[in-house]
Design a protein around this ligand. Structure first.
Ligand SMILES: C[S@@+](CC[C@H](N)C(=O)[O-])C[C@H]1O[C@@H](n2cnc3c(N)ncnc32)[C@H](O)[C@@H]1O
Length: 269
């Protein structure tokens, strides 16, 4: 899928799932010092970086992404929201040796760790980037949201999700990992794991139809040869029609882990 569609999908996600994002930011803001240095790993269009900057008006945020066009989009949004003076962007491939980012009070990684070739190595570098006692917040998801309310549509969505899960597993993507265990292995103390079951019913925000369309098109990308021709044609027709529908639902799950780098006194000698 074109990169601009991913950027649009991330912005639509922030809009349609705003209650989930608000709940997580309020929680994380309540356990983060006001004058924090925050690093957003795989920041995308800045859903986390911008919300954290607004929640913590004395914080400074460094948004890191491999994609310069994502970061450019993020900088435009930061200017429009009046927080550009506290948001810095760093273009870097987090699968390589990281640029100097420390010392951080909070490292935020939303839907980005599963993209890393070696998430364990990324977590080790995240630990080193944090001050002792600093927090890492990881959000991960199992799949795209589901939108279709009727039985036949939901069954087609299920077949698409199953095929995508196979493709991701074959490609070695790290979706569905036990991130709590990975965090502990990397040397973090896991303080909380919160599971969010999102189930939105109509009437939904106006952006929902477009969010469903971009998500279905993104799923469709790569499914050639993985579903039969009838399913692919049905998926194309559904994707074309969803912006005009008012019966869509949004069903999604997200899990958020809050972990800390141990204080010096907690590190075994
Ligand atoms: C699914 S998006 C999530 C964006 C954002 N964190 C959010 O929650 O909306 C994943 C982001 O990770 C970035 N990314 C993927 N692999 C990366 C890497 N190796 N180094 C840095 N960024 C990476 C992508 O460019 C993309 O912006």
């Amino acid at each position: 899928m074109a990169h601009s569609h991913l950027a649009e999908m991330l912005d639509l996600d922030a809009d349609v799932l705003h209650e989930f994002h608000r709940d997580v930011i309020t929680w994380v803001g309540s356990v983060t010092p006001a004058r924090s240095r925050i690093i957003d790993l795989g920041a995308g269009t800045g859903t986390g970086a911008l919300a954290l900057a607004r929640q913590l008006p004395d914080a400074e945020v460094v948004a890191v992404d491999v994609s310069e066009s994502m970061l450019e989009h993020l900088r435009h949004k930061a200017s429009a929201l009046g927080v550009a003076d506290r948001i810095h962007t760093v273009q870097a491939d987090l699968d390589q040796l990281w640029p100097p980012l420390s010392p951080a009070d909070l490292v935020w990684a939303s839907a980005s760790l599963h993209h890393m070739a070696d998430p364990g190595r990324a977590l080790t570098q995240a630990l080193a980037t944090l001050r002792p006692g600093g927090a890492l917040v990881v959000t991960e998801l199992d799949s795209f949201p589901r939108f279709l309310p009727d039985e036949a549509g939901a069954a087609l969505e299920d077949r698409c999700h199953d095929a995508l899960a196979e493709i991701r597993a074959e490609a070695g993507m790290h979706m569905g990992e036990d991130w709590g265990a990975r965090l502990a292995e990397a040397g973090f103390i896991v303080e909380a794991e919160r599971h969010f079951d999102i189930a939105l019913q109509p009437p939904l925000p106006a952006a929902t139809g477009r969010y469903a369309q971009v998500s279905l098109q993104r799923m469709r990308h790569g499914l050639d040869g993985r579903l039969d021709a009838g399913d692919l044609a049905a998926l194309d027709a559904l994707a074309a029609g969803v912006p005009g529908r008012d019966d869509l639902t949004v069903r999604a799950t997200r899990t958020v882990w809050l972990a800390r780098r141990p204080e010096e006194s907690q590190v075994p000698q």
